[in-house]
Write a protein that binds this ligand. Structure first.
Ligand code: 13P
Ligand code: ZN
Length: 271
């Protein structure tokens, strides 16, 4: 059996959490990540017949029975994940009842998965139905995206258009735009269901006055989506109060999307 601390998926979780912390996206225990793993790969590092303990999830996820995830722990600080992964992360498998997590590794101090597990697992189900290659759901609280939810109209089309117009790369990176949820109590099955519903149409979902969710095939793609939104939101917050002299026109957004061959939301442009 190989050493779990050498597993590329564990290293990637640690590296990503540190980068997110360093960028200020994850104060204290803010944010959470879940990563759908390949069973054969995990079997190289762990005995899959050895369940440390079981933890009820509080909701049904029948579509994910038998699936294995590495997930950040609730209340755990992102700044600590890299130096102490065994206490701050856990590897769980969804049991045959669809409502129990079997702990295979981690949460060594008796902890449990993120309080946002409903939003994560329900979003995995949604994204897998759209793209079977989806592996990551990532949530965090980036400064400028969060600030923008205080001052910008929280309409999906309006928010997406504003972000597309902040910088040339935006429409190329997130041509499918952003879904938006109003303020809701976090950690509940309700916000999980609402997020997952949006995830059928969007890889990015903004939680008003809370943060953002991203989904992708791998850690870099997902990180890059949020990073690009955050950069665009920063441009907006740096300039929204100033007279705007130059802007990217709708015709130029169309030109960009066509040149890069991305499938963008055409009804979001006034053309
Ligand atoms: P957890 O510590 O339970 O992951 O919660 C952090 C968070 O960001 C809640 O939305
Ligand atoms: Zn949060």
């Amino acid at each position: 059996m190989k050493n779990i601390f050498d597993a590329p998926f564990l290293k990637k979780m640690c590296e990503t959490a540190s980068n997110m912390y360093r960028l200020g996206w994850d104060e204290r225990n803010g944010g959470n990540i879940s990563y759908l793993l390949d069973e054969n790969e995990v079997a190289q590092y762990l005995d899959l017949n050895k369940v440390i303990r079981t933890i009820p999830t509080g909701f049904q996820a029948n579509e994910l029975i038998g699936r294995i995830f590495i997930v950040t722990g609730t209340g755990k600080y992102f700044k600590n994940i890299e130096k102490d992964p065994e206490n701050n992360l856990g590897i769980i498998r969804i049991a045959d009842d669809g409502a129990t997590a079997e702990l295979l590794w981690g949460y060594a101090d008796g902890g449990r998965f993120t309080s946002e597990l409903p939003a994560h697992l329900m979003s995995h189900i949604s994204r897998l139905s759209v793209n079977p290659e989806n592996r990551i759901i990532m949530h965090c609280h980036p400064d400028y995206t969060l600030a923008m939810t205080q001052v910008h109209e929280m309409d999906e089309r309006a928010l997406t258009r504003t972000l597309w117009k902040q910088m040339t790369e935006s429409i190329v990176v997130f041509p499918d735009g952003l879904g938006v949820l109003p303020w809701m109590v976090c950690g509940t099955n309700e916000i999980g269901e609402a997020t997952a519903e949006k995830m059928k149409k969007y890889r990015l979902v903004v939680w008003t006055l809370h943060g953002i969710y991203g989904a992708g095939r791998d850690m870099d793609e997902t990180f890059g989506l949020i990073e690009t939104v955050e950069k665009a939101a920063k441009q907006y917050m740096l300039t929204a109060h100033l007279p705007q002299v130059n802007t990217i026109e709708d015709s130029q957004l169309k030109e960009l999307a066509e040149f890069f061959g991305v499938d963008y939301r055409k009804d979001y442009l006034n053309i």
